[in-house]
Design a protein around this ligand. Structure first.
Ligand code: GTP
Ligand code: MG
Length: 289
């Protein structure tokens, strides 16, 4: 991908700017913040705007979609964040048991609050938590998982949550769901691509052929057997991305009136299957050794 390609992406809708402006007082009133990022790309799905917003407020990181990521890479990410003094855990927010993980992981962050309550003889109050992250990482799903049922709307597309909403869980936590907010600009050229591959930036913003190229390059480098297993492409050596489109189209019968392979449909199919986790558990980003 060329630098101009990534630098040319300006996608910071007005509603995100407004949401960002609204969050400051909520941050102030929170006991700690939960930042949700995608376990498959925890660098690209973190937003530098949140560092300014969060200031010195303690933060816990939840690596969502652990079921779609490479397990050993996710463990290294959890260790990486803990090594930086940030409590972190990962899981499948749709199916996993999240409440015990949050309880365990947040103990240290609530010590001072609990100590103060004991000192003045007050009953333990709900921990007030603000949940934030880029679009589509699973913020609402996280809160629903804690609630044990679907209280907030969640869908696999960016921009589902448009307004802040409080939810009380078990008389123990009160959580604020917030709209996803993207970075205003992209320092690293990969970041926009990774966000688009993971569904945090709407599909129409980035050209699909560019996404396809970057996905193929990634698969060739890190998970070459996935293309073999899914599409019967035996050896990747010497194949250019167009050959791969051609083989996918033939394999899946994506053919035109005259039997010609429909290459654009092959591109979309690979992207769709990657996003659905059908190519296997994969991580786009690894901690630097
Ligand atoms: N497989 C899997 N899917 C997940 C997980 N967490 C969330 N999802 C899915 O990801 C999609 C987005 O989830 P949401 O909870 O709507 O994400 P959000 O961060 O609230 O998104 P916005 O409100 O648009 O910013 C939904 O289809 C969820 O079912 C997870 O741990 N594993
Ligand atoms: Mg949401």
């Amino acid at each position: 991908m060329s630098a101009t390609f990534s630098q040319g992406i300006h996608h910071f809708p007005g509603h995100m700017k407004k949401a960002l402006d609204r969050l400051a007082p909520y941050v102030k009133g929170a006991d700690f913040l939960v930042e949700i990022c995608d376990a498959r790309a925890p660098v690209s799905t973190r937003n530098p705007l949140f560092d300014t917003l969060a200031g010195t407020k303690p933060r816990l990181i939840v690596l969502s979609k652990g079921d779609l990521a490479d397990e050993s890479v996710t463990s290294s990410w959890v260790a990486y964040f803990r090594g930086k003094g940030i409590p972190a855990f990962s899981g499948n927010l749709v199916a996993g048991k999240i409440l015990p993980l949050l309880r365990e992981c947040s103990k240290g962050l609530l010590e001072r609050k609990r100590e103060k309550e004991r000192r003045i003889g007050m009953k333990p109050q709900d921990a007030r938590i603000l949940v934030f992250g880029v679009p589509n990482v699973g913020k609402s799903t996280f809160i629903n998982a804690l609630a044990g049922r679907r209280r907030l709307k969640s869908e696999n597309r960016p921009g589902v949550t448009r307004a802040e909403q409080w939810l009380r869980i078990e008389g123990e936590f009160t959580l604020l769901d917030t709209p996803g907010i993207l970075p205003m600009r992209y320092e690293e050229k990969e970041q926009a691509l990774h966000l688009a591959l993971l569904g945090s930036i709407p599909d129409r913003i980035l050209p699909e052929d560019q996404l396809f190229l970057s996905l193929v390059a990634f698969l060739q480098e890190y998970y070459p057997t996935s293309l073999k297993e899914r599409f019967g492409i035996e050896s990747l050596s010497g194949l250019v991305p167009e050959d791969i489109e051609f083989r996918i189209a033939l394999r899946r019968g994506l053919l035109g009136m005259h039997g010609e392979p429909r290459l654009e449909e092959a591109e979309s199919l690979l992207l769709r299957e990657f996003r659905a986790g059908l190519l296997g558990k994969m991580s786009l980003e690894r901690p630097r050794a």
